[in-house]
Design a protein around this ligand. Structure first.
Ligand code: SF4
Length: 457
């Protein structure tokens, strides 16, 4: 048997940065203009008027093939987080056999209340098993209890658009079906399926992982059952690492008054073509300087490596108002969530801010000055996260070129149709400086529309 070391292996295949340099992306495929859904093709949609004039052998338009690719990316991201959710449920079942591994009983009770399995007088083992069973059922049915955490206005939008997911696995299967040859040629409908499968990711699979993590990991319990539930618990866990978190009502007041100009959620991807992750660092610094709270989660540690998770360091660069917020309340200018699957936590917090009337005048998530950013995105998980934020009402700004750039029809759906339907668009902005400007413009416009105090004195 030939035995080779890691170093020898790298010598043969190179590092990923070297491979990324040697292998340029296909210019047709990278903008969604090549379809290889079936083996009659691949069909390429090239030429000046490709959208109007070119058809695939199956009669697909450029919009159809680009939207199929968008849907496939969302489904793959959703499938990855669904697999994580299954692993987490196994972990909960194992912990149920040994009660000492259930560290956070208060969180166990809160989850049991939320998902409707009750908690009175049950042992930790029994409760953990019932929660695990209920979670498993989410893979094939719609768990109404979870979506009750949404503001009623948002829930009604989703009902009107027929977006309530029919279970995690069901939506992943429906996505593969809708992205197949000969099934669906309605571009807007294909994009709605992308929204549905992404909601199942953000509000079901990712929530399962977050809650089981809290129940089974040995971290400080900051949960106070008198507070407003799971969202307050998430908020405490996010900020509590830096000290006791102020209530969600205080967060709401700080946003209303403009002491926190807005919240930017960062998907911190580890992209092999951008080894330095320079955009993530640059954009975050600019946002903090402009009094925007940055919440980061992803497979990279850009902000940690830049020293920005240390409140003392970040205080040297933060804007005047954010510094004061930290001194008075303990909320640091940069908060780390861990992996990108934890983005559901901040989404839940945003939802609760609205549902609990923490901010005067704001009755839906799109009325909050918030954005989700992914400067160096590359995976289906990032696209799916962007998608569930956008349909939840959070303006979504990704870096570089869109995966569906070639199709004006799909671009229009993401930028305009979704803005009208969901109050938030999913757009791609070419460079870091323009991304910062887009964030500032968006926050100021939302503050004005929602009747919040102007950020400017
Ligand atoms: S699905 Fe249609 S457009 Fe795509 S490769 Fe097959 S024939 Fe071509």
């Amino acid at each position: 048997m030939l035995k080779i070391t890691d170093d020898e292996f790298i010598e043969v295949i190179g590092t990923r940065a070297e491979r990324a340099k040697a292998l340029k992306p296909c210019p047709i495929g990278s903008e969604g203009a090549c379809c290889r859904t079936c083996y009659v093709g691949p069909c390429r949609f090239v030429g000046k008027n490709a959208e109007e004039e070119v058809r695939g052998v199956c009669a697909s338009t450029l919009g159809v093939v680009a939207s199929r690719q968008f849907l496939t990316m969302c489904a793959s991201g959703s499938a990855i987080h669904a697999a994580r959710a299954r692993e987490s449920i196994d972990k909960l079942l194992e912990a149920a056999e040994n009660e000492r591994r259930i560290y956070d009983k208060a969180k166990l009770n809160a989850v049991a209340d939320l998902i409707g399995v009750g908690s009175a007088k049950k042992t930790k083992t029994k409760l953990a098993k019932q929660i695990a069973d209920e979670y498993l059922s989410w893979f094939y049915k719609y768990p109404s209890t979870v979506l009750n955490q949404l503001p009623s206005k948002r829930l009604n939008i989703w009902k009107e658009c027929d977006l309530l997911p029919r279970g995690i696995d069901r939506e992943i299967a429906e996505s593969t079906y809708n992205a197949s040859v000969g099934v669906n040629y309605d571009v807007e409908d294909i994009m709605m399926q992308a929204a549905r499968v992404s909601i199942a990711n953000g509000w079901f699979s990712s929530a399962i992982v977050a809650d089981i993590e809290d129940i089974t990991e040995n971290s400080t319990t900051l949960y106070d059952s008198k507070l407003s539930g799971i969202a307050e618990n998430y908020w405490n866990k996010m900020v509590g690492g830096y000290g006791k978190a102020p209530s969600l009502n205080i967060l709401g007041e700080l946003i209303f008054s403009g002491d926190i100009r807005g919240i930017a959620c960062l998907i911190d991807c580890d992209h092999p073509r951008y080894e330095e992750s320079s955009s993530q660092r640059f954009i975050s610094l600019e946002l903090i300087k402009n009094d925007i709270l940055v919440v980061t989660g992803g497979c990279n540690n850009t902000l940690e490596n830049a020293g920005l998770l240390s409140p003392d360091t970040v205080m040297q660069v933060a804007g005047r108002k954010l510094k004061k917020v930290y001194e008075n309340t303990g909320i640091p200018p940069v908060i780390s969530l861990g992996g990108c699957i934890s983005h559901s936590r901040i989404l839940n917090v945003l939802s609760a801010l609205v549902k609990e009337n923490a901010i005067d005048n704001v009755d839906d998530i799109n009325g909050l000055p918030c954005v989700i950013l992914a400067p160096h995105w590359f995976s289906g998980t990032a696209i799916s996260i962007g998608c569930f934020y956008a349909v939840s009402g959070v303006e979504t700004i990704f870096g570089g070129k869109s995966l569906t750039h070639a199709s004006k029809e799909v671009t229009q759906i993401l930028e305009s149709t979704w803005k009208q339907k969901f109050g938030a668009s999913f757009r791609f902005v070419d460079n870091a400086i323009d991304m910062v400007e887009a964030v500032l413009d968006h926050m100021d416009a939302v503050r004005k529309n929602s009747g919040l105090v102007s950020y400017y004195p």
